[in-house]
Design a binder for this molecule. Structure first.
Ligand SMILES: C[S@@+](CC[C@H](N)C(=O)[O-])C[C@H]1O[C@@H](n2cnc3c(N)ncnc32)[C@H](O)[C@@H]1O
Length: 247
């Protein structure tokens, strides 16, 4: 079973389209601020692209998607195919493990920009679920995520990922969902960031092990995502463009 994708994910995403509309708009706002210099995009973990605007994809001439989910290519084509065809974008969709094969993928697409599309925060679930093996898996995911920036050095890349998730509720129904743009500062623990206090968070939120994806100084968008009734995800989105490739 796919713990972060597959039928369960598609069913939830399809059913939640109205509740997730604000999140989709926040992500679109972030992506509008991105100015990719490359004509190619390596898109990792996009599933059907439930939260992704087609308008971002049509800024590229070629899009290469990778996901482990066998249903994803068909559903991605249904959601984005018409817009991609109309814009003359050629795209491929490969079923496979983008995390295990990352170095090979980067070598095969040396000029491509890379977008981790809500993949990095899911990696901790793709391993043993309990006991010391789960702890070892989590530690190894966290170590590799910490090194990710180095593997991508010199290339333009971005990621949207879960930072934390847990129970909460908006103080007032209909209140605008929190979103902020900021420069990451070093040494501010997530637990001490009062940004989500408007959601009245309860208990310990789950750490998705992605706090080290971006370097201090990166401009990021923090987005509160109403994942399911009474349960929120803190999404973080950012784009890194080294001076050598930025427009
Ligand atoms: C939470 S879903 C996000 C889906 C997508 N961003 C969207 O908007 O629909 C995470 C996706 O990552 C995929 N995934 C998880 N681990 C992966 C891996 N190692 N390689 C490729 N895809 C992976 C899952 O199959 C799933 O489709």
């Amino acid at each position: 079973m796919n713990p972060s994708g597959g039928l369960r994910w598609h069913w939830r995403a399809w059913r939640s389209q109205r509740q997730w509309q604000g999140t989709r708009e926040h992500l679109a706002q972030w992506l509008e601020s991105v100015q990719p210099a490359s004509d190619q995009l390596l898109l990792l973990g996009p599933s059907a692209g439930w939260l992704l605007p087609s308008a971002f994809l049509t800024r590229f001439g070629q899009v290469h998607c990778w996901d482990i989910d066998p249903l994803a290519p068909f559903l991605f084509a249904r959601r984005h195919g018409a817009a991609l065809r109309a814009a003359g974008v050629s795209w491929t969709y490969q079923r496979g493990d983008a995390w295990a094969n990352l170095d090979k993928l980067l070598a095969a697409h040396p000029q491509a920009a890379v977008l981790f599309d809500n993949l990095l925060g899911q990696l901790r679930f793709h391993g043993p679920g309990t006991g010391s093996e789960a702890a070892a898996h989590a530690a190894s995911v966290e170590r590799r995520i910490t090194r990710l920036r180095r593997s991508l050095g010199g290339r333009e890349w971005g990621s949207v990922h879960d930072l934390l998730s847990g129970p909460g509720r908006l103080a007032e129904p209909g209140q605008e969902m929190p979103m902020r743009r900021r420069k990451l500062r070093a040494g501010v623990p997530l637990a001490q960031d009062g940004w989500l206090s408007g959601l009245q968070p309860q208990g310990d939120w789950l750490d998705h092990l992605t706090a080290a994806v971006f370097a201090p100084g990166t401009t990021v968008y923090d987005i509160a995502w109403p994942f399911k009734p009474g349960y929120w995800h803190w999404l973080q989105a950012g784009w890194v463009a080294p001076a050598s490739v930025s427009r």
